[in-house]
Design a protein around this ligand. Sequence first.
Ligand SMILES: Cc1cc2nc3c(=O)[nH]c(=O)nc-3n(C[C@H](O)[C@H](O)[C@H](O)COP(=O)(O)OP(=O)(O)OC[C@H]3O[C@@H](n4cnc5c(N)ncnc54)[C@H](O)[C@@H]3O)c2cc1C
Length: 383
Amino acid sequence: MKHDAETYNILRESIRKFVAREIEPIRLKIDAEDYFPSDIFRAMGKMGYFGVTVPEEYGGSDMGYMAQAIIGEEIAYSSPSLALSYGAHSNLCLDHMYVNGSEYIRNNYVKKLISGEWIGSLCLTEPGSGSDAFDMKTSVKSENGSLFVRGSKTFITNAPYADIFLTYARDGDGYSAIAIEASDPGFSRGKRLDKMGMRGSPTGELFFDGIKINDDRFVGKRFGGKNIILEGLNSERAVLAFVFLGLAKRAIDMAVEYSTERKQFASPLYDFELIQEKLAYMYTKYESARLLSLRAIEKLEEDRSDPIYASSSIMYAAESAEYIAREAIQIYGGYGYLKDTGIEYLLRDAILGQIGAGTTEMRKKVIAKAMIRNYKKYGRFEA
Ligand SMILES: Cc1cc2nc3c(=O)[nH]c(=O)nc-3n(C[C@H](O)[C@H](O)[C@H](O)COP(=O)(O)OP(=O)(O)OC[C@H]3O[C@@H](n4cnc5c(N)ncnc54)[C@H](O)[C@@H]3O)c2cc1C
């Protein structure tokens, strides 16, 4: 659903105020203590930030992926890790469930995810299958006339807190998407993973030890999981690109401010041409990544099956964010290396951008394959 610029400006102002009041004061604590403020997170539901891609009849506001991207970007300006948790909850779990789910899924799960009563996760990665996700071992099988899910997942964002898990499982010769509840007998959580960055976004392991399910739990058509995974990855990549844009924007703002305040050789840092060069590249990479990412969101609103914009937008946003965070630290000199300055964690957080939602290497593979497909179809590259 498209909205005018004014609607998005109002939304941006609202989320900015929320972030300034609730998240900015604790942004260093979130990183230092790997602290997930679950009360603040759930409050985002009451503020209407979770259900922006869902129609009003299910409790959403029908503002589309652009709204989701804006919210993620603004949260990331203070805390990229909370923005990652926001993306996992609102896009990877909630939106994928809404887009593919039955009335049962929409009424029983999507509404609770929108209000913040429940927290959600998406479970694809397993200990033995990351990039090669379709090599998953988790399966759903019929035993004595009932269906049971067995297996395990790892690296799952929000897993230590979540109530509902959009889980992919091997199902005969295909794959199915299944909703698993934390209260299901046979469900258990493993350890919370201790990460170098994105601290505060809780990541964990899950075990499914013969969870009995009925047909209501299938998200989308049974055996239709492959398509849900592929289209879901396009959506997730286009939206999560904005987490890295928010992060990059913060690094740029801090670097520009510092280059006007700090003096050496009796001049502010911005007087030195080597610093000007850094600022110019930081801006240009940020703006190029932002324009590509806006295009990817536009494409996503039209067609969830197109992978090239989504993959290239997150690839470039993630690489640019890492570059920009590194250069911002350099502009701060020794002070950039100190935790209290509040800039070094941006580099640690940025590195996740090249790993989560499929690695940079996998994105390159997707982009190149799409280019070849286009070439074969049109005889030339069509953007
Ligand atoms: C903080 C965090 C949050 C995450 N959240 C979630 C989540 O919510 N849900 C979820 O399902 N998963 C999640 N993941 C998992 C993430 O998607 C995987 O880590 C990622 O897909 C890579 O898988 P892997 O770690 O097993 O690496 P591997 O697949 O083992 O890859 C290792 C290296 O080899 C490279 N490589 C692999 N195959 C090829 C190839 N064919 N060609 C070239 N290079 C190749 C990779 O690019 C990488 O550099 C999360 C991960 C992290 C770190």
